[in-house]
Design a binder for this molecule. Structure first.
Ligand code: FMN
Length: 197
């Protein structure tokens, strides 16, 4: 698959097989993330690559508790409201039980923290598709960056005190075999050309 095909056929995969992809495959995806550009070449995006089932389960339980304890409000972002409502029902598994979770973080106060991390995350999603792996951006740990219990646990895994969680990604083999590659119609993302006619 060439680069453009990998970009245009990338879709989010949420239903994954429980089996762990080989370390070699995961490392290829990670290296694609690390190869992303960064502001002033800062290369300060941290990647926590979690493949331990007990750690994923503990994190899912902490996320469940954190959202279950939040007040819902119509002013909140729709996806955040979805997490709160799912957690209040109980048994919310934010990472869909995927076998790999990659958490991205960057220096607090660094103006390109989110932009750099997004470049790394997109590189990893495209690489995953090229390698026949499913992937999906997972934002819950970013929203819970300030949650004391979630943060304390992430710090035991290697998150530094001066880092902020910018996002995350799940990886794995899609339940149906190859990841879905049906392109979504593009009705948004408007383009304005300023050119000589
Ligand atoms: C910044 C960002 C945050 C996202 N957060 C989540 C998330 O927390 N959970 C999830 O299931 N999907 C999440 N997604 C995936 C989007 O829902 C998905 O990209 C979008 O619906 C388009 O579908 P596609 O990825 O299949 O093209 C996120 C995507 C982005 C770019």
């Amino acid at each position: 698959m060439d680069a453009l095909e990998a970009i245009f056929t990338r879709r989010s995969t949420r239903r994954m097989k429980p089996e762990l992809p080989s370390k070699d495959l995961i490392e290829k995806v990670i290296e694609a993330g690390r190869a992303a550009p960064s502001g002033s070449n800062s290369q300060s995006t941290r990647l926590l690559v979690i493949t331990r089932k007990d750690v994923l389960e503990r994190l899912a339980a902490l996320v469940q508790d954190a959202f279950a304890g939040m007040e819902d409000s119509e002013d909140l972002y729709v996806s955040l409201r979805h997490s709160i409502s799912a957690a209040k029902k109980g048994g919310y598994v934010f990472h869909y039980g995927a076998p790999v979770l990659i958490v991205t973080a960057n220096r607090k106060g660094y103006g390109n923290a989110m932009a750099d991390s997004a470049c790394a995350l997109e590189n990893m999603m495209i690489a995953a598709n090229a390698l026949d792996l499913g992937s999906c951006w997972i934002n819950q740990l970013h929203w819970l960056d300030e949650d004391p219990s979630v943060r304390a646990f992430l710090e035991t895994l290697g998150l530094a005190k001066d880092e902020t969680v910018t996002g995350g990604l799940i990886l794995g083999f899609a339940e149906g075999g190859a990841p879905s590659r049906t392109q979504l119609p593009r009705t948004g993302n408007p383009v304005t050309w300023i050119e000589d006619t």
